[in-house]
Design a protein around this ligand. Structure first.
Ligand SMILES: Cc1ncc(COP(=O)(O)O)c(C=O)c1O
Length: 359
C-alpha cells in the first residue's frame, strides 16, 4: 500500500455523528456557534492560555495577527518555514526581512536579529520549526529593547511544551494551524492565542468582518470557522495524547534504524522541551542524495516531502534577496519522512532500509 508523508487522523465516525446531531437540532452552522465556543473553551484549558480564537486556517490566523498589531514597514522573519509565513507578510503589504537560522533547531538565529533591525522594523515573526521552540527568551529581550511586537507562527507546535508551558503561549500573538495533516486537526482550521484582553477583542472583530450585529467598528475579514470543523476538533482533542505517543514510537524507530553517520536531524536537546513528534525531517548529505533517496522511495510507492523547500528568501516571486546561507543549504537537503499515528513499524523498517541503502 502506498505510504504518504502524512495521513490524517479520523475519529470513529459515530463520535463525529453524535456531535454533529446537535447542528441538525439547532441549525446553527457557523458564526461563532456553540461547538466553536465549546472547542475554544477546551483548547484554552488544554493549552492553559488566557485567550484563544478558533479561525478558518493557520494562514488567516497570521494575517489577522499582523493586522491587529498595527504593523507597518519591516518584519524580521525566518527563511526556514512554510511559504504562508512569508506570503502573509507580503499579503499585508509589509516587507519581510529574512534572518538566517541556527543549525541545531533550524529556528531563526536570535543572535542575528539585532543586526537586521532598522528604523522601519516593527515586529519579529518567527516559526517554531517542526514544533521546536525558538529562543523565546532572547527574542523577548530584543523585542523589549527595540519596542517590537513578536508573533510566533506555531503551526507545528500543538502539543509541544517548553518549560511546562505550551509552545503556543509565547510572544504577543501565537498562531497555529489545525490543518488535516497536523498532530491536532479540525480538517481546516487554526487559532490565534494572545494574553491581552484588548488585543483579543480586536482579533475577534477582525475575524468577523469588523462588526458585531449592526455595530460596525473596523474593517475586518472573514476568518471564522464552522460548527462542522469545530465538531472534528472536539472529537480529536481527547485523542491528542495517544496520537503523540504513537508518533513518538514511530519516531524512535527511525532514530534507532537510520544511518546517522550520513544523516543529520534537528535536536530535541533543548532544556525544558517536550516534543509533540510533529515531523520527522532528516538532512541528507547533498541535494543529489535527497533526490536519489526520494526516487528510491518512490519506486516503493513511498512519498516523503521536501519540507521546507525552497528557503523562503529564495521564493521566485520576491523582488529582493537577503542571503541566508544556512537556511538555503538545509532547505536543499531536508526531507520529511512519513510519520503518522498508525504507521506500522515494519513500514518504518522498510523505509529506513531503503534510505540507508541510498545514502
Ligand atoms: C509553518 C506553517 N505556517 C503556516 C501554515 C499554514 O497553515 P494552514 O494550512 O492552516 O493555512 C503552515 C501549514 O502547513 C505551516 O506549516
Amino acid at each position: 500500500m502506498a505510504i504518504n508523508v502524512t495521513k490524517s487522523f479520523l475519529p470513529p465516525i459515530e463520535e463525529y455523528q453524535e456531535i454533529i446531531k446537535g447542528i441538525w437540532e439547532n441549525t446553527w452552522l457557523t458564526n461563532n456557534g456553540p461547538l466553536v465556543r465549546k472547542l475554544e473553551g477546551q483548547l484554552k484549558e488544554y493549552l492553559n492560555v488566557e485567550h484563544l480564537l478558533f479561525v478558518g486556517n493557520g494562514t488567516i490566523a497570521i494575517q489577522i495577527a499582523l493586522k491587529a498589531l498595527n504593523l507597518t514597514g519591516e518584519i524580521i522573519t525566518t527563511p526556514f518555514s512554510y511559504c504562508a509565513t512569508t506570503t502573509s507578510i507580503l499579503w499585508e503589504n509589509l516587507q519581510p526581512v529574512f534572518v538566517d537560522i541556527e543549525p541545531k533547531t533550524f529556528n531563526i538565529n536570535a543572535d542575528f536579529i539585532e543586526a537586521a533591525i532598522t528604523e522601519k522594523t516593527t515586529a519579529i515573526m518567527a516559526t517554531h520549526v517542526y514544533g521546536r521552540p525558538c529562543d523565546v527568551e532572547k527574542i523577548e529581550t530584543i523585542a523589549q529593547k527595540y519596542n517590537l511586537k513578536v508573533i510566533y507562527d506555531g503551526a507545528h507546535g500543538f502539543g509541544a511544551t517548553y518549560k511546562g508551558k505550551s509552545v503556543l503561549s509565547f510572544g504577543d500573538i501565537t498562531t497555529c494551524s489545525f490543518h488535516a495533516t497536523k498532530v491536532f486537526h479540525s480538517i481546516e482550521g487554526g487559532c490565534v492565542v494572545s494574553n491581552d484582553t484588548e488585543l483579543n477583542k480586536k482579533l475577534e472583530l477582525y475575524r468577523s468582518f469588523g462588526h458585531k450585529n449592526d455595530d460596525y467598528y473596523t474593517m475586518g475579514i472573514n476568518a471564522k470557522n464552522s460548527e462542522f470543523h469545530a465538531a472534528m476538533g472536539l472529537c480529536n482533542l481527547p485523542k491528542v495524547a495517544d496520537i503523540v505517543s504513537n508518533r513518538r514510537v514511530v519516531s524512535e524507530k527511525y532514530d534507532e534504524l537510520l544511518n546517522w553517520e550520513k544523516l543529520q536531524r534537528p535536536s530535541n536537546e533543548i532544556e525544558g522541551f517536550e516534543y509533540n513528534y510533529a515531523y520527522y525531517p532528516v538532512i541528507l548529505e547533498s541535494e543529489a542524495k535527497l533526490l536519489q533517496v526520494t526516487e528510491a522511495l518512490k519506486q516503493h510507492e513511498i512519498t516523503p516531502r521536501r519540507y521546507f523547500y525552497p528557503s523562503l528568501n529564495q521564493l521566485p516571486y520576491l523582488d529582493f534577496y537577503n542571503p541566508c546561507p544556512i537556511s538555503e543549504n538545509i532547505a536543499q537537503r531536508a526531507l520529511s519522512l512519513p510519520l503518522y499515528y498508525d504507521l506500522a513499524l515494519e513500514d518504518v523498517e522498510r523505509i529506513a532500509s531503503i534510505i540507508n541503502e541510498n545514502l
